[in-house]
Design a binder for this molecule. Structure first.
Ligand code: GLC
Length: 551
C-alpha cells in the first residue's frame, strides 16, 4: 500500500472552484487553468469531487454513468488533458468514486425497475412488512426520513442509506463487485493516481436485516460483516498491483477497524478518513443540534487516534475541512478578522505536523470562512433542505432553524472559491451557482499571493517541511502538556530527530514551561514571528510553535 508519507493532498469541489466558460459551473478546464497555483502551493495530488454524469440531486454523488464526464464539467478530453498537464508538474489526480450506491437514473437501476432479474440483484429490493406493507426495517436515511423507498403500485421497497435517488448496491453479488472493479480499472487506464472512495465502510450490509431499536441502523452496516473481504478483493483486482494511493471515507468507524483498513500488511487501503473529531460540537451525537466545542474531547480524540494508529501501523488522513463540513475556522477557533491569520495557521499546523497525510480543502489555504447566509433561499444542498423541513416539523421557529442551518449546512464550504475581491470573487463571468460571500473583499487568492506573510505561504511552508523532515512523516507520536486545557501538544520522534509542537487554542496570553532539552532546538515554524525560546514562554492568542531538535 502506498502511503507516500511526504505528500499533501488538495481537495477541489469543482462545481465551485473555477468556471472557465462562464456558465456559472466550475469545470475541469478551470482546474487545468490553475495548475501553476497548485505547483506554487506545493501540493502533490488533487482530489476531485465527482464529475461523472449525474442528475446532481446530491451534487454528483448520485452517479448515473461511472465512466463518463458530465458535460457541465467538461469532456473526457478535458479530463485527459488535466491528467497530462498535472503530471508534467508532478501532481497526481485522485478521483472520487461512489461505490456504495448509484443514482436511480443509472441504467442498472432502470433495468431493475423494468423487471430485469440480473439487475434486480444489483440492489436491495425487499418486500414490505405486514398488512400495511411497512418498510423492511426501521432504519433512517443519513439525510433524514426512512432508508427505504416504496416502489409505486408495488409491495416492494429499495434501500437507500442516503437520498431516495441514491440506491444502495448489493455488494454480496459478485457481478456487482466485478462491474465496479471494471469502473476502477477504466480510470486507472486514464492515468488516475489516487482514489477517494465514498462512504466505503457501509458497503457490506448484514446477512439478515433487522430493526434497530436503539439507533438509526448504522450499527448493523458500519464496518459490516464482509467489509475486509471486499476491500481485499477490490485491492487485488484493481489498484493494489498499481501501488496507487487510496483513501476510504469511513463514517462512524472505530480505531480497530481503521487499523485493519490501512495497515499495509492487510492490503486494503492506504488510509482512512474518520470523523469523530468533527462531532465534538454535536449535541448528544446529533449534527442538527448546536453545542459548544468540547475541547477536551477534541484533544483526547486526536491523541488517542494518533497513538493507537501508530501502534497498529494504521494511517490517518488528516483534515479539518471538506465539502461536507462547515469551515473549521469559525468552529474550532474564531474567524474574526483580528484572529484570522493566527487561527487559520494554528489549525493548519495542528494537523500538518501529525502522523498521516494532510488534506486541504479549497479555500482553506487563504482562510475562507462560513458565509452565514441567513435565509433558506441561499441554500441548495439536499441534506440542508431536508433538515430545514424536519427542524420546522419539530416545532423550531424560523430563526432557531436558520441559526442551526447557518452553522451546520454543507453549503458553507460549497460556495465559490474566492480568487479576487471583484465580481463573483473572480469565480465566473456568468451567474454563479451559489451566492458569493462578502468576505471576498478581504479573503481572496489575489491578495494572499501578494502578501508574503499570508496564510497561503504558511501552508506552503508546512507542505515543504513535511517533505524535508522524516520525523514529521513517520515519527512516533507522544501527547504532551496534557494538563494544559486549551493546548494540543505532542512530541514526534525518530532515530535522528525530536519535534515538539505546541498549538494554543486560547484568546488570552498564556504562560507555559518548555522542557529544558528543547531550549537547544531550533524553531521550525511559528505564526507569531517568535524567534527565541526560553524555559518559560508566554503564548499569544492562537499561537502555534514547533521546535526541532536533532539528536
Ligand atoms: C459522502 C460524500 C457526501 C455525499 C454522501 C453520499 O459522505 O462526501 O457529499 O452526500 O457521501 O454519497
Amino acid at each position: 500500500m502506498e502511503r507516500m508519507a511526504e505528500k499533501t493532498i488538495y481537495q477541489i469541489y469543482l462545481r465551485s472552484f473555477y468556471d472557465s466558460n462562464g456558465d456559472g459551473f466550475g469545470d475541469i478546464p478551470g482546474i487545468t487553468a490553475k495548475l501553476d497555483y497548485f505547483e506554487k502551493l506545493g501540493v502533490d495530488m488533487l482530489w476531485l469531487n465527482p464529475f461523472y454524469p449525474s442528475p446532481q440531486h446530491d451534487n454528483g454523488y448520485d452517479i448515473s454513468d461511472y465512466t463518463g464526464v458530465d458535460p457541465r464539467f467538461g469532456t473526457m478530453t478535458d479530463f485527459e488533458e488535466l491528467v497530462h498537464e498535472a503530471k508534467k508538474r508532478s501532481i497526481g489526480i485522485m478521483i472520487d468514486l461512489v461505490l456504495n450506491h448509484t443514482s436511480t437514473d443509472h441504467i442498472w437501476f432502470q433495468k431493475a425497475l423494468a423487471g430485469d432479474s440480473k439487475y434486480r440483484d444489483f440492489y436491495y429490493f425487499k418486500k414490505g412488512r405486514g398488512k400495511n406493507c411497512l418498510p423492511p426495517t426501521n432504519w433512517t436515511s443519513k439525510f433524514g426520513g426512512p432508508a427505504w423507498e416504496r416502489l409505486p403500485n408495488s409491495d416492494e421497497y429499495y434501500m437507500h442509506l442516503y437520498d431516495v435517488t441514491q440506491a444502495d448496491l448489493n455488494w454480496e453479488n459478485p457481478e456487482v463487485r466485478e462491474a465496479l472493479y471494471q469502473v476502477v480499472r477504466f480510470w486507472i487506464d486514464k492515468g488516475v493516481e489516487g482514489f477517494r472512495l465514498d462512504v466505503l465502510n457501509v458497503i457490506s450490509k448484514p446477512d439478515t436485516l433487522q430493526d434497530d431499536f436503539i439507533g438509526d441502523g448504522r450499527r448493523f452496516y458500519t464496518d459490516g460483516p464482509h467489509i475486509h473481504e471486499y476491500l481485499k478483493e477490490l485491492n487485488t483486482k484493481t489498484f493494489g498491483p498499481e501501488h496507487l494511493l487510496t483513501v476510504g471515507e469511513m463514517s462512524s468507524t472505530s480505531i480497530a477497524s481503521s487499523i485493519r483498513y490501512s495497515n499495509p500488511a492487510e492490503k486494503e487501503l492506504s488510509m482512512v478518513f474518520h470523523f469523530h473529531h468533527l462531532k465534538v460540537d454535536y449535541k448528544d451525537g446529533e449534527k442538527w443540534r448546536l453545542d459548544q466545542v468540547r475541547f477536551g474531547e477534541l484533544k483526547e480524540l486526536f491523541h488517542t487516534w494518533q497513538v493507537e494508529m501508530t501502534r497498529g501501523n494504521g494511517w490517518d488522513a488528516l483534515f479539518w475541512n471538506n465539502h461536507d463540513q462547515p469551515r473549521a475556522l469559525g468552529r474550532f477557533t474564531s474567524d474574526k478578522e483580528e484572529y484570522h491569520y493566527a487561527a487559520a495557521t494554528l489549525l493548519a499546523s495542528t494537523i500538518h505536523l501529525m502522523r498521516g497525510t494532510p488534506y486541504l480543502y479549497m479555500g482553506e489555504e487563504i482562510g475562507m470562512i462560513n458565509p452565514r447566509f441567513s435565509t433558506i433561499e441561499s441554500y441548495s444542498d439536499i441534506e440542508t433542505i431536508n433538515h430545514y423541513k424536519l427542524l420546522q416539523q419539530e416545532g423550531l421557529s424560523e430563526q432557531e432553524t436558520m441559526a442551526i442551518i447557518m452553522e451546520r449546512s454543507r453549503d458553507n464550504s460549497r460556495i465559490p472559491m474566492q480568487w479576487t475581491s471583484g465580481k463573483n470573487a473572480g469565480f465566473t463571468t456568468g451567474t454563479p451557482l451559489y451566492p458569493v460571500s462578502d468576505s471576498k473583499a478581504w479573503i481572496n487568492v489575489e491578495a494572499a499571493l501578494k502578501d508574503k506573510s499570508s496564510i497561503f505561504y504558511f501552508y506552503q511552508r508546512l507542505i515543504e517541511l513535511r517533505k524535508k523532515h522524516r520525523v514529521i512523516q513517520t515519527g512516533n507520536y507522544t501527547p504532551f502538556l496534557l494538563e494544559e486545557d486549551r493546548i494540543i501538544s505532542y512530541l514526534r520522534e525518530d532515530e535522528t530527530d525530536s519535534l515538539l509542537a505546541v498549538h494554543y487554542y486560547g484568546e488570552e496570553e498564556h504562560e507555559i514551561t518548555l522542557p529544558e532539552v528543547f531550549l537547544n532546538g531550533k524553531i521550525l515554524i511559528s505564526n507569531v514571528g517568535r524567534d527565541q525560546i526560553g524555559k518559560r514562554i508566554t503564548l499569544k492568542p492562537y499561537e502555534t510553535l514547533a521546535i526541532l531538535l536533532t539528536k
